[in-house]
Design a protein around this ligand. Sequence first.
Ligand code: ADP
Length: 556
Amino acid sequence: MTSKTAALTSPQNIIVASIILAGAYGLYASSQYSYLLFHSFAEIFSIVIAVSIFLLSWNARRFLLNDYILFIGISQLFVGLIDILHTLSYRGMNIFLGYDSNLPTQLWIAARYWQSLSFLAAILFINRKLKPGYLFFSYTFILALLLASIFIWNIFPVSYMEGVGLTPFKINSEYVINIIFLCSLLGLLWKKERFSSVVLRWMILTIVTSMLSELAFTFYIGVYDFSNLAGHFLKIAAYYFLYKAIVETGLVKPYALLFRDLVQSEESLRSSRDELQRINDQLTEANKKLLEANQAIHAEMEVRQNAEARLVEYAARLESSNQELERFAFVASHDLQEPLRKIIAFGDLLKGKSVQGLNESEKGYLDRMISAASRMQKMIGDLLELSRVTTNGQPFEKVDLSHVVSEVVSDLEVRIQQAGGSVVVDELPVITADAIQIRQLMLNLIGNALKYHRPDVPPVVCIRGKVEQNGKEKAGQIRLEVEDNGIGFDMEYLEKIFEPFQRLHGRSEYEGSGIGLAVCKKIVERHQGELTAVSSPGSGSIFIITLPLNGIRREK
Ligand code: ADP
């Protein structure tokens, strides 16, 4: 047994089929007893279904896929009304007195026209919006005209003649109605994609059964004969099929759709919940990692803080031992000078008194001893000078560099003239610094620039200064340059020349002790600045000093 056959023979279907058969038989039995009773039952049944169809389609209009069904539903109300009149006017009812069987036949044919034309017109509303108010209004108007043409004006064509039977109008009308039904069927098939397959099936059945019913009615002669009976059965069937179509579109489908939506919402809710759970898990995981990272950072910070504290401690210790060393150097150099002075003085005395008693080499020894002692005295003096940079530092004040440099230049005037040189000074800024040390710095640098000139080229010294405006790091600094056209030096020895007693040129050519630049470096460092140089042998040198504009005093 196929699943389809199984579905058809389900207990529910068997019960429904039994009820339908029992109803049909009951109707048939009633026709045997009284055809009027059968007719009334059959019509009442189709009227009840018509009104139900109207109510159903009206209330389900929001769920309808298109307004075709709504149009048919509304038209059923009017068809039902005409069918009520048809039932009440049937022969034997004796309600409309003075009328023969023509009246129910006229009402019948009017209802069928109405029915078939409505099916045809409904096609227009498959793709169009229906305004139910307009339809009600126009249908009421047409109904009033129709009833007036039958009951008042008597202009509705005669459809039945007692003793003769159906008039050609009635019979032809049934054919016309069938043609209209056929057109409506074709129209429906033309737009079939706008219907679900179930609804389409019920609608096709409705129209085909209606057509068969109409055909049956073309054959009857008496209003009580068999084809009339069959026509009524077919009409009930057509109504039933229409009812099924409406129930399918208006109830079953919307609920299925609603249910599907519900299932979908539930599914999407469930997946959202799962997604949320997943995000939550990820968040918890991320949180854990964050916590771990935080702990690691804390631990790292602690290590760094400890290291920093240790560094500060070391720096403090270094500072104090440096100070101690410098004090020692100061005291030592100071105290060493005295015995040296004595060695030189007594050496000179000895040289003066016993110069005749000494041979040439002994005189030479004495001279070398005195000159070594003098050099040592000079070195000790220089060391003292170096240590004084920190021990004798003065508080910072406003220092006009132009003023300082012009003083230095005038102090060096004799040397400049002797060398036939010149010093060019740009406009220089005012800085906050130790005035004495800045003077010492400029004296050493300008002095060197004059000293290390090429033998045949008179020295030209340029002093420039500018306040740095650009660059995050450099803004607020001043840059001083002391440039000369002298002998220059190899940049390989750049570090060396700033170390105490380091000299690149022989003492015989250029006198000096090699402490001047070490003092300069120390002074600049005390001002939190930097000292460097750019040079090449034979092409002169530029000594570059960068200092904070508002000097911060570095206490040592
Ligand atoms: P000193 O001039 O007494 O030798 P410095 O410390 O001033 O000592 O200089 C160290 C060395 O740097 C010098 O011996 C010299 O070789 C080199 N130097 C310094 N200034 C210049 C300069 N303007 N041009 C060339 N070399 C220089």
